[in-house]
Each structure stands twice: as C-alpha cells, then as structure tokens.
Design a protein around this ligand. Structure first.
Ligand code: NAP
Length: 304
C-alpha cells in the first residue's frame, strides 16, 4: 500500500522535501478522525486504517476530539505514519469555528496540535485560508497577508515543529505566490460533482505539488451533492461491479498521479470499500462520462 512516502523524504531542500523517493505508486489513502462515531468505533477504525496500510491521516486541532482519538488509538505512532493537520481556524468560547489567521495564532495552533497529538513534529501543517467559502470567511484583522503566514510557518519548519507546509482553500494565484516557501500539498474542495478548484489542480500538476481533494465523496454535509446519489455514477458503478464511492475515488486517482485521498468515514465497511478503490481501474469511456458531470469546470482563476 502506498501512502505518502514523500512526506518522510527530508533529505533535500524544503521545496523538494516531499518528493517521493521513487515513482509515485497511485496515491495516498487518508482518513479523518473524530466523525460522529462513538469513541470505541473511532479508535477501532483508526487502528483498522493503519493496519490496512494507511499512513497519512488528516486532522485539525479545531476538529475537537480528533487529535486525542488519534493519539489514543495509534501512539506510539508507526514510523511511516504522516499526521497532517490544519491551522487557520479556532473555536470560540461557545465552540463556534472562527478564523485564527494571524501568525501568532498559527504558531499557537501548531503547538496545540503537537501537544494533543503527543509529537514533537507534525508531518504536514496545512495553512487553511479563509478568503472565500466554503466555510468561514475572514474579515478585519483576520485578513492576513499570505507571505506573513508563510514566514511564520517556515520558521516553525526550521525549528522542526513542522515537516512540511501545505495550503488549503487557496487559489492558483496564492499557490504560485507561496511556492518559494516550499509547498508540500494543496488541500481544496474538489470532487467529480464540484470542480470549482480545477485551475488549482492544474497548477498543482504544473508544479508537481501533491493534491489532496477534500470532500472527495461530496462530503457528509446536507445540501452538498453526493457522488453516491448521482445516477450516472451509480450506473457506471453497477456496470463495473463496484460502488459509487469507489468510482468517485478512482476518478480522482486517475486525474493526477500525485493525488492523496482523504475520504472521511465512521464505518469500518466504508473504510474497507474506500481502500479497495485503489484497485479500481475506470475505462476511458467511464472517465469521459464522469468528466462531464460537474456543472461548471472553470479553467481560469476564480478565487482571489
Ligand atoms: N481543508 C478543509 O477546509 C476541509 C474541509 C472539510 C473537510 N476536510 C477534510 O476532508 C476530508 C473528507 O471530508 P468529509 O469526510 O467531510 O467528506 P467526504 O469524504 O467527501 O464524505 C464523507 C461522507 O461520505 C460517507 N462515506 C464515506 N465512505 C463511504 C462509502 N464507501 N460509501 C458511502 N458513503 C461513504 C461518510 O459517511 P460514513 O461515516 O457513514 O462512512 C460521510 O458521510 C476529511 O479528512 C476532512 O478533514 C478538509
């Protein structure tokens, strides 16, 4: 099973730190901890994932109990396990998600992640920008210059608290601006039904940056289109004898070799199914059909 070996290849300069040591074998399989499963279920799924070869887990301190669950389930961590977290948001006293974009806030969140995960270094820290939806949007003093944030994260990387810097919810222009800092990956909303971030994927391809599409299945949130509800996806799945989720994940894997998947699940059966998506090969005709599903596939910059 092939997960994110690039993240442990730290033998070169920061900008190249995440190159895989050899040809990329398909893509990563990640999962998120802390969904609304019971504690025992969450711990069991985390252990199942790592036993099955998952070596990249996506989390965030602002997810609440996720980091503690990961630590309880998996510490002492396997040497090849990459924990990828996010900074850029926090919870207020009432538990509401709020922007926390200032450099000092980013540093505090990195420290909070390190403490909760029980590690001295987090493999990847994704800077979650909040310039535009989905989710919270920055205003006032929370509209922080990207270069100032990257300088803080680079200092944390120099201090070995961060293995690599990633970006989340960014535009292609912001990725270009950030590249000199050494960017390991980009995590944006992207799936076969929502390709608003197509230009960012293109920029990742162009620069060889790893692509981590969030909401790969359409998310668990109400109001967002789910791949498993889409008739065309269901028809292709039935024809191939696989599930709609596997079709969606296989389509993402086929779209770019440096794709790392982070489908979230609270179900052991879904986890097994999602892992098996790596073995699904979509015929060209199916890919062509799936390529036409998203209503709008902008090729030009669409975010600030
Ligand atoms: N950077 C960001 O701003 C950002 C924002 C949101 C999310 N994320 C990250 O993106 C990742 C995925 O997000 P997500 O979990 O919300 O969305 P998702 O992976 O697109 O969808 C998860 C939903 O799909 C269901 N599901 C999973 N596997 C399935 C299967 N095989 N068959 C049918 N349904 C299945 C899950 O339900 P079950 O629990 O029943 O399986 C859940 O309802 C997470 O790691 C998260 O950390 C990042």
């Amino acid at each position: 099973m092939t997960l994110d070996r690039r993240i442990h290849d730290d033998s070169s300069e920061p900008a190249d730190r995440f190159r895989p040591p050899g040809p990329s074998l398909r893509a990563g399989r990640h999962r998120r901890a802390g969904r609304a499963a019971g504690r025992d279920t969450a711990l069991a799924i985390l252990r199942q994932a790592v036993r099955a070869g998952v070596n990249h887990i996506d989390t965030a301190h602002f997810y609440g109990e996720a980091n503690g669950l990961i630590r309880d389930a998996l510490a002492p961590y396997p040497g090849d396990l990459v924990l990828a977290t996010k900074v850029g948001a926090d919870r207020d006293a009432g538990g509401k998600l709020i922007p926390a974009q200032r450099p000092d806030e980013l540093r505090a969140q990195v420290d909070a992640n390190l403490a909760a995960l029980g590690v001295e270094q987090v493999g990847v820290v994704n800077l979650r920008r909040v310039d535009a939806p989905p989710g919270i949007v920055a205003a006032g003093e929370q509209r922080v210059d990207l270069d100032d944030q990257l300088a803080e994260l680079a200092a944390l990387r120099d201090a070995d608290k961060i293995g690599g810097i990633g970006l989340s919810n960014v535009s292609a222009g912001q990725l270009a601006q950030a590249l000199p800092a050494g960017i390991a990956c980009v995590q944006n909303l992207y799936n076969m039904l929502d390709r608003t971030a197509e230009s960012v994927l293109e920029a990742c391809r162009h620069h060889g940056v790893a692509w981590v599409p969030f909401f790969p299945l359409g998310s668990g949130m109400t109001g967002r289109p789910k791949v498993s509800d889409n008739p065309a996806v269901l028809a292709i799945a039935a024809e191939l004898g696989v599930t709609a989720g596997q079709v969606a994940l296989a389509w993402l894997l086929a779209s770019y070799d440096e794709t790392l998947l982070i489908p979230g699940t609270s179900s052991a059966a879904h986890l097994a199914e999602n892992l098996a998506a790596g073995d699904v090969t979509l015929p060209e005709s199916a890919i062509a059909t799936l390529d036409r599903l998203a209503p709008d596939v902008p090729r030009k910059e669409s975010q600030p």
